[in-house]
Design a protein around this ligand. Structure first.
Ligand SMILES: [Zn+2]
Length: 163
């Protein structure tokens, strides 16, 4: 048993020595050296190039990540357009960027026709008149003040409602 192992070791050592004498090891060393030079050469040049690629990859990944990230919606101050009934009139309006009410417009509650509010003048000597819908003839409301004053009341109601 042991003798067989010793024989194998002796054979291996003998082959190695014979191989060394035949120049096998030197050629192997030369081949390894050439391979090493090849590796060194192939990694020497692309080092900065690899760094550049890595940098580009990081930038692109960051850019993609930023573009994929859901955009934070600006705090919803108010709906873009809104409507509500005040003083028996359906008021429609919109908000501008600062949240101020724009394009406040009165509409008939019955037929949704755009109402025309008139300023009090000599035609309304009693200082109070019924605003009638020109389309369906329904009495929308009674106006007892100038139109801009009336609209200010509506705006204050809108602001009260909006909190
Ligand atoms: Zn109407």
């Amino acid at each position: 048993m042991g003798g067989r192992l010793r024989l194998l070791v002796a054979l291996a050592v003998g082959l190695a020595i014979v191989g060394w004498f035949l120049g096998f090891w030197s050629s192997l060393a030369a081949w390894l050296a050439a391979f090493g030079r090849f590796l060194a050469a192939s990694t020497e040049v692309p080092n900065w190039l690899l760094g550049l690629f890595a940098l580009c990859a990081v930038i692109v990944a960051g850019w993609l990540g930023a573009s994929l990230r859901p955009e934070r919606a600006p705090p919803r101050r108010a709906p873009i357009r809104s409507q509500e009934a005040f003083f028996n009139i359906r008021w429609r309006w919109s908000y501008d960027e600062s949240g101020a009410v724009r394009d406040l417009a009165p509409h008939c509650l019955r037929c949704d026709h755009r109402l025309v509010l008139q300023d009090l003048d000599h035609r309304h000597p009693v200082g109070r008149y019924e605003c009638r819908c020109e389309s369906c003839g329904a009495v929308a409301c009674e106006i007892d003040c100038p139109v801009d004053e009336f609209e200010r009341r509506v705006l204050s109601r809108i602001h009260q409602q909006g909190g």
